[in-house]
Design a protein around this ligand. Structure first.
Ligand code: C2E
Ligand code: MG
Ligand code: MG
Ligand code: MG
Length: 274
């Protein structure tokens, strides 16, 4: 019996594996075509100034409008795009689309809004990255100072001169740099001082229980203090309630982003500041 069961388990397992790798292959070729077929779309989520309650910026968040699967979230295809290198052209598309959207906001009198764009590790490591950013801002007329690139701690982890050189090259273009998901990566405080970054985004993980967990509140408060002492602006990610916002306000956090204000939405539904 046990032997039969073992064999059945094996037989069940094999087709499942094949189905999975077929699915993977199908997804990969579909993703290849997604760019050409204009199936990628950006949604935008406001960043609100906690002091004035005004929307001061927007983060561009990628979605894939798959003809059969519907709206696919980035977590379901960005890892594959990274693995295959497709993230390089996709990332350029995101940057250009975000800058073109900003041009529309400028035309509507909202050039003061900043635009935040997520950059993946592989895209950042690609040797043409700085040149691509320079070309896209030139082609779209994007005011560089209104563009913030979101990087993550792990991308900067090795702290090499090469990475510092890339960051300085980007800063020389006039764009700003933010550290996304702060606190979840390899948090070395040393690089905060060494790297030319402007903004820290406290990961949602530390915001979630901030009104119930004293440790989380203490961590958030410490990050705000640390950031301010280094001259960095602080954004709280994933703010869902007024109670969370109230604590962040008390700790002097600068900006907040989260479902409490708005989910990421299509550009046409984005509420411009009045
Ligand atoms: P992220 O950059 O940290 O973006 C924030 C994520 O948290 C977004 O998920 C957003 O929808 C979600 N979020 C915002 N407010 C709340 C809230 O109050 N509660 C909860 N539960 N979630 C909230 P999304 O859009 O699914 O994106 C996930 C991740 O995918 C992003 O995390 C980012 O790392 C990556 N990503 C998104 N767009 C791009 C892109 O254009 N390029 C690259 N390389 N990565 C991207
Ligand atoms: Mg982000
Ligand atoms: Mg984040
Ligand atoms: Mg992220």
């Amino acid at each position: 019996r046990a032997k039969d069961e073992g064999r059945n388990a094996f037989q069940l397992y094999q087709p499942a594996m094949n189905a999975r790798s077929l699915e993977h292959l199908a997804l990969e070729s579909a993703l290849h075509r997604a760019l050409a077929r204009e199936e990628l779309v950006l949604h935008f989520q406001p960043l609100v100034d906690i002091g004035t309650q005004r929307t001061v910026a927007a983060e561009a968040l990628l979605r894939w409008r798959h003809p059969e699967l519907g709206l696919v979230p980035p977590a379901d295809f960005i890892p594959l795009a990274e693995e295959t290198g497709l993230i390089v052209p996709i990332g350029e598309w995101v940057l250009r689309a975000a800058c073109l959207q900003h041009a529309q906001w400028r035309a509507a009198g909202h050039g003061e809004l900043r635009m935040l764009v997520n950059i993946s590790a592989r895209q950042f490591r690609h040797e043409g990255f700085t040149a691509t950013v320079a070309r896209v801002i030139a082609e779209t007329g994007m005011p560089a100072a209104q563009l913030t690139l979101e990087l993550t701690e792990t991308m900067l982890m090795d702290g090499s001169e090469h990475i510092i050189g890339v960051l300085e090259g980007l800063r020389a273009l006039g764009v700003h740099l933010a550290l996304d998901d702060f606190g979840t990566g390899y948090s070395s405080l040393a690089y905060l001082k060494r790297f030319p970054i402007d903004e820290l985004k406290i990961d949602r993980l530390f915001i979630r229980d901030i009104d119930r967990n004293d440790n989380d509140a203490a961590i958030a408060e410490a990050i705000v203090k640390l950031a301010h002492s280094l001259g960095l602006r602080v954004v709280a990610e994933g703010v869902e309630t007024a109670a969370q916002l109230e604590i962040l306000a008390r700790h002097g956090c600068d900006l907040a982003q989260g479902f409490h204000f708005s989910k990421p939405i299509e550009a046409g539904r984005f509420v411009l500041p009045g």
